[in-house]
Design a protein around this ligand. Structure first.
Ligand code: AMP
Ligand code: MG
Length: 363
């Protein structure tokens, strides 16, 4: 048999130099696009979540490669833990553990959840160290001034405040960590955890997200923020500090945080007006009256967001003079932003400016 002529194999193996160049170029393009796409994906892996809790909102940013199922798990983990904390500590939920404790009018020891006990112990610590400027038994005053569950809008008179005063005072609560109980020495004492519960909730969510293996994220509950790790690109989490000015909102600056909480209090966010007079929602427990409105805010950075939250409220009550002095003595990382002649002025404690990168954004 005559060998058949079969040129096909030679044709397919012999590639012209021009085609080689084209092929290499195409391969290069595929490679470049691939790398670029990969980078785009890595950038994309900061996942944002948000939702509602305790009469406010929450958000979370998670820096991780997450599948759809993992994203669902992360969201559900956050919401479940927040629902749990809200069920324990919300004053607006009549069935929360706290609301039930508030309705309890006995002086006997009441067994409470470990979480409630922990928050009350943290609150007690800040009360003692702030000379009572922070006090969760301020609830009757908060209600009287129209910021509590009853939302009455008529400012109380002196006689009414004098009537409430014997029921307010952190010393009226006896916490027994060993027995897991709390008791009131005054049966009419009520607790309001609004000044610490959001920060505490951010810490709880942090714990929950760590339990599902996440190591790089930021959690925000009603404006109080907890950062965990740094971002995977190596940068710290950058958090904005608001200007305490309703008329000209925006950011006063930013602070770079890794494994820290930050909380802000002030008279600019939550207040109401009666007959042209503005009342702040933060009350000085020592007088029973709202703090003077002066357009100021205090932000505190602390490894525990619950502590940052409580201290931010305490320092707001004390104001930029006494509050700043106490923050220094206590070694707190705090920044006061206060309206002064010529605009907003800021005052940072050395602990903040020495340890964290704080960038004013200019006015
Ligand atoms: P924050 O926004 O964290 O400063 O919390 C303010 C809320 O805490 C108010 O709306 C009140 O419900 C409650 N509160 C007001 N004054 C005080 C105070 N001196 N100590 C503790 N809680 C307070
Ligand atoms: Mg607070």
């Amino acid at each position: 048999m005559a060998p058949s002529r079969d040129p096909a194999p030679r044709e397919t193996t012999a590639i012209e130099p021009r085609r080689v160049v084209t092929l290499v170029l195409v391969l290069l393009l595929v490679l470049v696009l691939g790398v670029w796409r990969h980078h785009a994906m890595v950038d994309d892996t900061i996942h944002d979540f948000s939702g509602a809790t305790m009469g406010t909102s929450w958000s979370a940013r998670i820096d991780a490669d997450l599948s759809g199922r993992e994203r669902t798990e992360a969201r559900q983990t956050v919401q479940a833990r927040l629902d749990h904390v809200s069920g324990l500590m919300s004053t607006f939920d009549p069935e929360s553990e706290l609301s039930r404790f508030n309705r309890h009018t006995g002086t006997d020891a009441v067994r409470v959840s470990p979480e409630l006990l922990r928050v009350l112990a943290l609150a007690r610590d800040v009360s003692e160290r702030s000379g009572g400027a922070f006090d969760v038994t301020v609830a009757p005053y908060v209600d009287a001034w129209g910021f509590g569950p009853s939302e009455s809008r008529n400012p109380p008179d002196d006689a009414e405040l004098a009537e409430l005063s014997p029921h307010v005072g952190y010393q009226l609560l006896a916490i027994d960590p060993a027995a897991g109980t709390v008791s009131k020495t005054d049966p009419a004492t009520k607790i309001d955890l609004s000044a610490i519960a959001k920060g505490y909730a951010a810490d709880e969510v942090t714990d929950a997200l760590r339990q599902i293996g996440l190591t790089s994220f930021l959690v925000e509950v009603g404006g109080e923020i907890r950062t965990v790790g740094s971002r995977r690109d190596g940068r710290a989490w950058r958090v904005g500090i608001e200007r305490p000015d309703e008329q000209a909102p925006g950011y006063w600056g930013t602070v770079d945080l890794t494994d820290q909480g930050i909380a802000t209090s002030g008279d600019y966010r939550n207040y109401h007006e009666v007959d042209g007079v503005a009342y702040a929602h933060i009350i000085d427990p020592r007088t029973g009256r709202p703090i003077r409105m002066r357009r100021m805010s205090v932000s505190v950075v602390h490894p525990s967001t619950a502590m940052a939250d409580a201290w931010a409220t305490a320092l707001t009550v004390l104001g930029p003079e006494d509050g700043y002095a106490l923050a220094r003595v206590q070694g707190l990382s705090a920044i006061f932003i206060v309206e002064a002649e010529g605009g907003l002025q800021s005052l940072m404690t050395p602990a903040l400016s020495d340890r964290f990168a704080v960038e004013p954004s200019g006015r």
